[in-house]
Design a protein around this ligand. Structure first.
Ligand SMILES: [Zn+2]
Length: 108
């Protein structure tokens, strides 16, 4: 078992930030859901990205993973190590968000 890999409490190993699913359903709340890649995951939502609209453009506001997911990984990897990896994952996820699509008022 690798000690450098992020894992969801459901057991799914997340090798790279590419594996998370990103949901754009909460456009009105200006929030994007970060989901576990495992479709039958009991947690489903692992974190979120919040954004705001400035001059008609969606811009990054904040991103975070939820406590159950963070605690699980901190317990396995150590808090500092887990925090470091999870932060880099959030950065990578925020990078691949379709900000242009979010900026459109009719985005679904
Ligand atoms: Zn999961």
């Amino acid at each position: 078992m690798s000690t450098e890999k992020i894992q969801c409490p459901c057991g799914r190993i997340i090798n790279s930030p590419e594996e998370y699913k990103v949901l754009y359903l909460k456009h009105e709340l200006k929030e994007i859901d970060i989901l576990c890649p495992n479709d039958s995951c009991y947690l489903r939502e692992l974190g979120y990205i919040k954004f705001e609209i400035k001059d008609g453009k969606a811009v990054f506001k904040e991103a975070s993973f939820y406590p159950p997911f963070v605690t699980w990984n901190a317990g396995r990897l150590g808090f500092e190590n887990a925090e470091k990896i999870l932060k880099s994952h959030l950065k990578a996820i925020a990078k691949k968000v379709d900000w242009v699509r979010l900026s459109a008022p009719s985005a679904t």
